[in-house]
Ligand binder design. Structure first.
Ligand code: PLP
Length: 392
């Protein structure tokens, strides 16, 4: 019997069952379809697949689609509330495909100056080769975005929050403006996952994820997801997804499905731990500011309360000192927080980030913490080791 679900279904139910109705040979877990291609019983069937919509089933070639990808795509689309989802080989693959689908020579892109570094590089250093220009904004005010928009602006790119300084954009105000001008919007929703922010409901055209983070959840795959309308996805399958060829490996799609099943449980834990740890860090006299969405002191608290269902395990803080040597020593003293980029797995991580958005007079260091699944007391005791280096 097909599993019945609707938009009000608990995400845990969706992630446990959606898309898993046919149990081949009674397999309780969908098998890994380790196939590059799929054959047809007759030539008409094959030609129908080649000539038809790239979204149609059955699959014919795994660069485009594969039943193991299909299971996770159904689940992520259901959580995001999008018509379609496509999983690809990394978050940057998802973002590159989406961005290329919205620009042509002469286009102009607006994006926050604290956007994820490789995305800034893609737009600033790479797309400029093809005659695509851009303007950076702080992002916090829709008026600032409207002011820099030009007739040739084809894309407003959002990341809310950005992942070093945790800056938000007013998504509904921006999408209302963008739609009135026929400008596409893309958001990187990796920090929140669809459990805490549903950008499609707020009018965003394309939602991208690094599924490497919370969705995979175990630091063992790189993966990306693109969520959008039927119309945009069909075009993206014919062009970017089909031509750039950055398909997700079937084994990684299978691991992604395994990770997704527990995402709501993990996120609840990451959220509670990060809230405890961030409040503790904020009370330290050595700290000048904590950038964490759910703190009362958070600079854009109104926007947070307006759009988000919760915050997750990632935040950053600044010490009163801005010495690289002192910050390095602080991070080196940590034993549980391991020094590394990325996030979303069970293990807590720390990374110093040197940032200079336009509103900073000079570059400053922020220390970004990712709170994994360890006990909050363990993490706080670990941070005590870091703070002890400041008085030594
Ligand atoms: C990691 C990350 C990406 C890129 O994802 P990959 O899977 O590493 O390609 C994009 N955006 C944000 C916010 C990220 O943290």
């Amino acid at each position: 019997m097909a599993y019945a679900w609707d938009p009000g279904t608990d995400p845990l139910d969706i992630l446990a069952h959606l898309g898993e109705d046919d149990h081949p040979n009674g397999a309780v877990i969908p098998p890994i379809y380790q196939n590059s291609l799929f054959v047809f019983p007759n030539t008409e069937g094959l030609l129908g697949a080649l000539e038809g919509s790239p979204l149609a089933k059955p699959e014919h070639y795994s660069r485009l689609s594969n039943p193991t990808m299909d299971v996770v795509e159904q689940k992520i689309a259901a959580l995001e509330g999008s018509d379609q989802c496509k999983v690809v080989g990394s978050g940057m693959a998802a973002i590159s495909n989406a961005v290329f689908s919205t620009v042509k020579a002469g286009s102009h892109v607006v994006l926050p100056d604290t956007t994820y570094g490789p995305v800034r590089k893609l737009i600033e250093q790479y797309l400029s080769r093809f005659g695509v220009s851009h303007t950076y904004v702080h992002g916090g005010s829709v008026d600032e975005i409207i002011a820099v928009t030009r007739p040739e602006t084809s894309l407003i790119y959002l990341e809310s929050p950005t992942s070093a300084l945790f800056r938000l954009q007013d998504i509904p105000a921006i999408t209302e403006f963008a739609r009135s001008r026929g400008i596409s919007t893309i958001i990187d929703n990796t920090y929140s996952t669809p459990l805490y922010l549903r950008p499609i409901d707020l009018g965003v055209d394309i939602v991208c994820h690094s599924a490497t983070k919370y969705m995979g959840g175990h630091s063992d795959i790189t993966a990306g997801a693109i969520c959008t309308s039927e119309e945009r996805m069909e075009q993206m399958m014919r062009f970017e997804v089909g031509l750039f060829g950055n398909a997700l490996h079937p084994m990684s799609a299978w691991l992604l499905n395994r990770g997704l099943r527990t995402m709501p449980l993990r996120l609840t834990r990451h959220e509670a731990t990060a809230n405890t740890v961030a409040a503790w860090v904020e009370a330290r006299p050595e700290v000048s500011v904590v950038h964490h969405l759910s703190l009362e002191s958070f600079a854009q608290r109104d926007l947070y309360l307006k759009m988000f269902k919760g915050s997750t395990g990632l935040f950053s803080f600044e010490l009163k000192t801005d010495s690289r040597a002192i910050i390095t020593k602080f991070c080196d003293a940590l034993q549980i927080f391991q020094r590394g980029i990325s996030w979303g797995g069970h293990e807590s991580l720390v990374v110093p980030i040197h940032a200079k958005p336009a509103d900073y007079e000079t570059a400053r260091w922020a220390i970004r913490l990712y709170c994994g699944l360890e006990a909050p007391e363990t993490l706080i005791a670990d941070l005590e080791r870091g703070f002890a280096t400041l008085s030594a």
